[in-house]
Design a protein around this ligand. Structure first.
Ligand code: HEM
Ligand SMILES: Nc1nc2c(c(=O)[nH]1)N[C@H]1C(S)=C(S)[C@@H](COP(=O)(O)O)O[C@H]1N2
Ligand SMILES: [Mo]
Length: 363
């Protein structure tokens, strides 16, 4: 038995530790909640969405404590060879994935930006996180034990979980303060966790495309922009008929973890819709790329959006979506369709667009 803080600390930890079955199920529940909150957070671009990011951060840090409880209990099964079973390999893999997910999350928050091939650390984090869900489910299935009534004691359980969540929130505050004091790049993150890319124009921010969405440069003599669907007068414009007469400063925030603020120049979507004379029952506007990649916005939001031909005073480069790309302020980067060739006015939204963004470009 030691003296001083360690003894006090271990007594506090003992008092907090939930029964084993509850520890196991809590870890599983946290992992599922993390995957769900992480994925949902990718659709959030406006500051009102901050609670989702906080939930994700706090739960992620709380998970560290549960993993500590768990490892203290099962460590000997990994260190003692005689206890190895076939399922041990799966357990080790699950441990690697959970360590990877939490580790990359925390390191990212501190602003480290090591890149693995062209993946940012945040993309690696998402990879670990998504792999973890099936691994954890499988791991649990090899030793399924339902929590019992006696695992719960209302007062004790409430206190324990309350204390652990508060601990997670406190740890996150400590982390943010440390970031600020040490002036790490992590201090610069937006509420979404994204880090800034500064400067103006094409060269100041990365080109980001999904898996196979990589068209050849577009021949301006062939390309047209059409406006169709629920309109009185379908329209079709060539490049020289589109005069960039609107400009706007807008923030592009990619879910791979960076953001940039640029001056965009182009055509207001509302002006196109007015020229085409939309029908009264129109509700959505779908922007379709030459690659098939597409996204829809509610019509009122679409009116305010821009189809940009220029960024930072320069004509858009091919990689950034020339001749035209959608600029949708308040939306995450993946919704800013590049190489747009069709504007479709529709009555309905488009649930399949999620799939279309993932598979577009594949033959
Ligand atoms: C399922 C297992 C996952 C675990 C255990 C986990 C855990 C964590 C942890 C511990 C952090 C750092 C929190 C901090 O240090 O303050 C973090 C950050 C983050 N995670 Fe996850 N995560 C998981 C999955 C995901 C997924 C699937 C996504 C997205 C699809 C995601 C998106 C993010 C983002 C955007 C951040 C950065 C937040 C910031 O910079 O403040 N996570 N995660
Ligand atoms: N057609 C098409 N548009 C696209 C993409 C894509 O892969 N294909 N990537 C999206 C993503 S994920 C982001 S973050 C932004 C990035 O724009 P940028 O390449 O100009 O930085 O474009 C979006 N528009
Ligand atoms: Mo992105």
């Amino acid at each position: 038995m030691g003296f001083g803080p360690p003894a006090v600390f271990s007594a506090a930890v003992d008092a907090l530790r939930p029964p084993p079955r509850l520890v196991d199920w809590s870890i599983f529940a946290i992992v599922v909640l993390e995957a769900v909150s992480g994925l949902l957070s990718f659709t959030v671009g406006r500051p009102e969405g901050w609670p989702l990011f906080w939930l994700h951060r706090i739960l992620g840090l709380t998970l560290v404590v549960f993993l500590g409880f768990k490892l203290a209990r099962v460590r000997h099964r990994l260190t003692d060879r005689r206890l190895w079973r076939r399922s041990t390999a799966l357990s080790v893999l699950t441990l690697v994935a959970v360590t990877g997910a939490v580790g990359t999350g925390v390191v990212w928050v501190f602003g480290a930006d090591v890149r693995i091939a062209y993946w940012t650390l945040l993309s690696v984090h998402v990879g670990f996180g998504l792999a973890l869900v099936p691994l954890m489910a499988w791991h649990l299935a090899t030793r399924f034990r339902r929590p019992r009534r006696r695992d719960f004691d209302r007062r004790r359980t409430t206190l324990t979980y309350g204390a652990l969540l508060l601990g997670g929130a406190a740890a996150y505050r400590v982390q943010e303060t440390t970031n600020r004091l040490l002036e790490t790049r992590g201090a610069d993150r937006r509420f979404t966790g994204s880090q800034p890319r500064r400067g103006d124009g094409n060269a100041s921010f990365p080109v980001t495309s999904w898996a196979a969405d990589d068209p050849d440069p577009i021949d301006l003599a062939e390309w047209t922009l059409s406006v169709q669907g629920e309109v009185e007068t379908p329209l079709e414009y060539g490049t020289d008929e589109l005069v960039p007469d609107s400009d706007e400063e807008a923030l592009l925030d990619c879910t791979s973890g960076w953001y940039t603020v640029q001056r965009w120049n182009g055509v207001r979507v509302g002006d196109l819709l007015e020229a085409a004379d939309v029908d009264a029952d129109a509700r959505y506007v779908r922007f379709v790329s030459v690659t098939g990649y597409r996204w829809s916005l509610p019509i009122e939001e679409a009116r305010d959006a821009l189809l940009a031909t220029h960024v930072g005073g320069e004509p858009l480069s091919h990689g950034h979506g020339a001749p035209m790309r959608l600029v949708a302020p308040g939306r995450r980067g993946f919704q800013w369709v590049k190489w747009v060739e069709r504007v479709e006015v529709r009555r309905r939204g488009d649930p399949v667009q999620w799939l279309a963004t993932l598979v577009s470009g594949f033959e």
